[in-house]
Ligand binder design. Structure first.
Ligand code: TXA
Ligand code: MG
Length: 326
């Protein structure tokens, strides 16, 4: 563990140094197309244990293993069910995490003792270069403390987790801004365990009907789906009707989809996408919440977005953030 601020290296030029840290059992925060990950050598149980410690993450919440290339999947886990192979072929590299059998090479701590493993190939050149240079699969959850806002910039990582990371690769703001979609395609019909950056509509187009079951029951099937998660420090609620904002002098922050509120008193306002583009809104979501969190407001009132495409994942994150503050 490092004290204070870790070295922050440009993603392009820092790869060799960061790969050496991974091989030595250290922790590297790195950009993916979704959010920043906190990576460790997935073959090294001690290194993986450091991730749980750094994040204060319960050990029942399994990690995602990241590969440099789709071809590495069968090398690591052997043959996979046809639907899993089809989804990997269609969407990797990309924001889709697939469930496979845990191979013997991956220590059980990575999967929290499950006999299944979550795996993906990120669509971010520096991430793939890092994993390839390390020469090992990389276990990486989002690089935030457990339950808190996900990091979409290197600055978020340094502010939230800097004390525990050996090196941070800075690749600028992440493109998608919201975590990968998690799918279990081992059975008759693919099951979406976590809504994410890859829209359900794209999955359906590729493989036909899917079951959407982002378990809100609190059963840790995919604990990114725990009811309370992704939360700012400031209490948050979801409300469409901005007219209801009372002028009572309380400092409220508004997270709006496309328009600044015309009524009510707001101490801070973040507009996700004036063009009404859900992809842009997803990319800005966590950054906007980080800023509202820093704005010294006593409450954040978030406007739901249209419940289509990646908008479903945005609404999912807002609901879970709000669930923390019941
Ligand atoms: O976009 C992403 O997926 C980012 C980047 C860094 O790749 N990672 C990420 O990791 O969001 P994390 O740890 O914040 O979320 C991983 C989710 C958790 O909800 C975990 O429970 C679920 O994946 N998961 C991991 N292994 C699983 C398994 N075997 N079965 C079901 N869910 C699993
Ligand atoms: Mg996370």
């Amino acid at each position: 563990m490092t004290n204070g601020s870790p070295p922050v290296l440009p993603a392009e030029s820092g790869i060799a140094e960061a790969a050496a840290v991974l091989r030595a059992g250290g922790l590297v925060a790195f950009p993916t197309e979704t959010v920043y990950g906190l990576g460790a050598n997935a073959l090294d149980a001690e290194a993986a244990a450091r991730i749980f410690e750094a994040k204060a993450r319960p050990t029942f919440d399994p990690l995602i293993t990241h590969l440099a290339d789709a071809a590495d999947l069968t090398e690591l886990v052997g043959p996979v069910p046809p639907a899993v192979a089809a989804l990997a072929e269609r969407f990797w590299p990309g924001p889709l995490t697939l469930i496979v059998d845990r191979p013997a090479a991956i220590p059980p701590i990575v999967t929290s003792g499950l006999d299944t493993m979550a795996v993906r190939v990120p669509d971010e050149p520096s991430a793939r270069a890092l994993i390839a240079a390390a020469g090992v699969p990389v276990a990486a959850p989002s690089a935030n403390r457990f339950g808190q806002l996900s990091p979409t910039r290197a600055e978020h990582v340094v502010a939230g987790l800097g004390y525990a990371v050996d090196v941070v690769l800075d690749g600028g703001p992440t493109r998608c801004g919201i975590e990968s979609t998690i799918v279990d395609a081992r059975g008759d019909r693919p099951v979406v365990l976590r809504l994410g950056a890859l829209p359900v509509e794209a999955l359906v187009e590729a493989v036909g009907p899917v079951i959407v079951r982002p378990g809100s029951s609190g059963q840790p099937v995919a604990p990114g789906t725990l009811a309370a998660h992704y939360a700012p420090r400031t209490p948050l609620r979801v409300a469409a009707d901005v007219e209801s904002a009372p002028g009572d002098g309380v400092r409220r922050g508004r997270l709006a989809f496309r328009e600044r509120p015309t009524a009510g008193e707001w101490a801070a306002v973040e507009v996700l996408s004036p063009e009404g583009d859900l992809t842009v809104a997803a990319a800005r979501l966590f950054d906007a919440l980080h800023r509202l969190d820093a704005a010294g407001v006593t409450e954040i009132v978030a406007e739901p977005v249209p419940d289509v495409g990646v908008g479903r994942a945005i609404n999912d994150r807002l609901r879970r953030a709000a669930a923390t503050w019941h």
